[in-house]
Structures are given as C-alpha cells and as structure tokens.
Design a protein around this ligand. Structure first.
Ligand code: FVH
Length: 291
C-alpha cells in the first residue's frame, strides 16, 4: 500500500486496545507514530512499520490526528497535560473509557489548547479492530469528524452521535450496562443448566435465538417507556415476579447462587408493593429512576 499519500496518524497508549488501533492504521497504510509509557510495547508495531516517538510531545507533533487510548482519564490527563503547546491545531481523538463528565472536561482542555476534540467509545474487543464488526462511537467537533472520518474508518464502522463531547461516554456506559446484564444472566443460565448435565454449548444453541427474539422486541419496550404507557401487553409485573421467584427457588435447590436475580427481584417487589402489579414490564423504569 502507498503510505505516502495517507494522513500520518499518532497513537498514544499501546495496551491491548491501543496496539490494535495502531495496527488498524498501519494495515490501512497510514504512516503511524506510536508512544507508550512502557516503551517496549511499541516493539511489535515498529517491526510492522510504525515509528516510535521518544516523547509524547514528539508523538503529538508527528501527525495532525492524535488518537489516545490509555487506561482511564486520569492517565490521559497525565500524558496530555504536559504537551499542551504541541496539541494546538491537532485533532485529538480520545478513545479512553470514562464518564461523560470526564469527557467534557478533557474537551474543554483541548479547546484551551487550540485542538479540535472528538471523544469516542469502542464497542469492540481488540481483535475486532479494523474489521466490519467493530463499531466506534464518536462525538464532539462535527468539523473534525467530517475531516477525519476517512482515517477513523481504518478502525471499524463509525457512528457520530453529536456535538456534546459527553455523548459517546454516555452511550458507552449504557450499552455496557445492557451487555453486563446479558452476560450475568447467561452465566447464571449456564450454571443452572449444568446442574442437570446440560453442556454450556448445548444450552447456548437455544440461548442465542431466544435472546435474539427478545432483543428484537426491545424497540417496542422502548416505545412504551417513552410514551409512559405502562399497561400490560403480555405479562404483568406480578407474573414476572413469580417467574423470578421460581428461578431463584430452583437455583437454591440446585446449589446455584441466585444473587444475580436479586436486583431485579427488588425492583419488582417495590413496584408491586406500590400497587403496580398489574402493569407491564416497562413500569419497572419508574423504580430505577427514583434511585
Ligand atoms: N480491551 C478491551 O477489550 C476494551 C474494549 C473497549 C474499550 N476499552 C478501553 O480502552 C482503554 C485501554 O484499554 P486496554 O485494553 O488497552 O488496557 P491495557 O491493556 O490495560 O492498557 C492500558 C494502557 O494505559 C497505559 N497507562 C495506564 N496508566 C498510565 C499512566 N498513568 N500514564 C501513561 N499511560 C498509562 C498503559 O501504559 P503501560 O502500563 O503499558 O506503560 C497502557 O498503554 C481503556 O479505557 C479501556 O476501558 C478496552
């Protein structure tokens, strides 16, 4: 690939994810400068054609597009604060996981430096980077996104959420919450089925289509939540409470920890105690919002 015509890119932070991001840019033919606190983590990338920067300032100065992916925002601040002057006129893309508040604070710092800022969230694991299954969410400067969308496409599919630099973190934390709910439920299901010698892979062949079908119904649930329409359209909170109870009771009988269901059971209890037992599942959102 002809790297001469491609935009130079810098990647700061070469942990599992940062190294994958740098690899994605290299694969797409971008001259790629890399920096990591522990310098040896750049070795494999340098062997593939990346340039090792000796300092963060050198890394930032090497490219108009600077991508940062370190452990957390405290680490990002520690790395970036000393190179404020070099940051001027760069597009800074921060892909570190954090809260919307942290992202907005870093965006304000970038503005003071004269840099355009994009905050991002990576909905992928490192091995997916550069492939079609990787989705990266972006927010912040619309102009910067329009200008750098082509380079960012080297990492995976992109979705721009809006100008508020806190949006990508907000979506990230919400999407991760949905994922952890699913993973926790899956592990409990595997443990429960395992007590009767059903193998995890065998169970999973039915879990996947079941969850696919339930996922397809989520827009309907979302519509009801938005409309404040809590009337039941299938199963009531009373019925769901009895179902959760049954799973918990059988789990205990089988020697499986039922704690994963406890938070949902607590929400159901509260809402039913308040007289909403005949409502539909969307009604539970009210119990969550009050916390
Ligand atoms: N790995 C994943 O699957 C997830 C997918 C979704 C997004 N996350 C987020 O990406 C950020 C980086 O994650 P990572 O997987 O690369 O994490 P590590 O392999 O643990 O690497 C951490 C890097 O951060 C550097 N670092 C830590 N503290 C500092 C500091 N004070 N100053 C400078 N750099 C720091 C660390 O450097 P070193 O220890 O190698 O010297 C690594 O480069 C993260 O926000 C995930 O939530 C990944």
């Amino acid at each position: 690939m002809d790297t001469d015509t491609r935009t130079p890119v810098t990647v700061i932070g070469l942990g599992a994810m940062g190294a994958a991001l740098a690899g994605g840019f290299l694969k797409a033919g971008h001259p790629t400068t890399v920096w990591n606190r522990s310098a040896q983590k750049a070795d494999a990338l340098v062997a593939r054609g990346a340039t090792r920067a000796a300092t963060v300032a050198e890394a930032v100065s090497a490219s108009p597009l600077v991508v940062v992916c370190v452990l957390d925002y405290a680490a990002a601040g520690a790395v970036l604060t000393p190179v404020e002057r070099a940051m001027s006129s760069r597009v800074l893309v921060n892909l570190t996981t954090g809260t919307p508040r942290e992202a907005r604070r870093l965006a304000a710092w970038a503005a003071e430096c004269g840099a355009a800022y994009l905050d991002g969230a990576i909905m992928a694991v490192p091995r997916m980077i550069g492939g079609p299954e990787a989705l990266l969410l972006y927010c912040g400067s619309a102009d910067a996104f329009a200008a750098r969308e082509g380079e960012l496409a080297s990492l995976g599919a992109s979705r721009y959420l809006g100008a508020d630099p806190g949006l990508a973190s907000l979506y990230d934390l919400a999407l991760l919450s949905a994922m952890y709910g699913m993973l926790g439920g899956f592990l409990h299901a595997v443990a429960l089925a395992g007590t009767e010698q059903v193998a995890a892979t065998e169970l999973t062949s039915l879990v996947v289509p079941w969850l696919d079908a339930m996922a397809a119904d989520l827009p309907h649930l979302a519509g009801r939540i938005e409309a404040g329409d809590f009337a039941t359209d299938g199963s009531t909170l009373d019925l769901n409470r009895a179902g959760v109870d049954l799973i918990a009771r059988y789990s205990r009988e089988q020697g499986v920890d039922a704690g994963q269901l406890a938070p949902l059971r607590a929400l159901l209890d509260r809402r039913v105690a308040e007289g909403h037992g005949a409502d539909g599942f969307a009604s539970l959102i009210e119990a969550l919002r009050r916390r």
